[in-house]
Design a protein around this ligand. Structure first.
Ligand code: IMP
Length: 177
């Protein structure tokens, strides 16, 4: 059983789809202002490892838009909560290059163990309008092929997503020990 420290039900369901034996713990931790997702995850792991005894994981993600030079990146949560998907679409009005990448950094540790990081990336394009009602966050404006992530079911998203990849990397590592 792994404790997944997150307040995000969507993330938790994705993790459960891959790991099975995982429990959501919404105990909170400080997300520092840093230049990389890795720094945020390493710092967060220190706090959650102290708070919870047992295998524990956290995950930090961000959306990096090519024509905005990687914005919102590490500020993705703040940008989503302020200007949201409509704000991103406005920033990209008239932009021909709509490529973007989601990045996921997962931190995992067991008591007495140095935290490990597992990563995943997911390339796609920012749409011109939001589509779909599934998923969460930027899912309705991020498309791969014909579909936005919000038009996919959880299983479909998990197979190709940034978080699907980082969680699967953890799963492979766990089963290879
Ligand atoms: P955090 O990892 O919770 O800090 O996420 C940063 C921001 O990116 C939040 O606003 C999330 O809603 C959004 N986000 C993270 N992962 C995804 C995803 O898989 N799809 C869409 N939005 C995401």
């Amino acid at each position: 059983m792994i404790y997944f420290v997150t307040g995000n039900k969507g993330k938790f369901e994705e993790a459960r789809g891959i790991l099975g034996d995982v429990e959501q713990r919404n105990v909170g931790y400080a997300e520092i202002q840093a230049d990389t997702l890795e720094e945020v995850a390493v710092f967060g792991m220190r706090e959650v490892s102290e708070k919870l005894a047992g295998p524990v994981m956290i995950e930090d993600a961000g959306l990096f838009i090519e024509s905005l030079k990687g914005f919102p990146g590490v500020y993705s949560a703040y940008v989503f909560d302020t200007i949201g998907n409509d704000g991103i679409l406005r920033l990209l009005e008239g932009a021909l290059d709509r490529r973007a990448v989601f990045k996921s950094v997962l931190g995992y540790a067991e008591p007495g163990m140095e935290p490990m990081l597992f990563k995943g990336e997911f390339w796609g394009k920012i749409t011109h309008k939001p589509r779909g009602s599934g998923g969460f966050g930027y899912d309705p404006i991020f498309e791969v092929g014909e579909k936005t992530i919000a038009e996919m079911d959880l299983e479909e998203k998990n197979k190709i997503s940034h978080r699907g990849a980082s969680i699967l990397a953890l799963k492979s590592w766990l089963s290879s020990r």
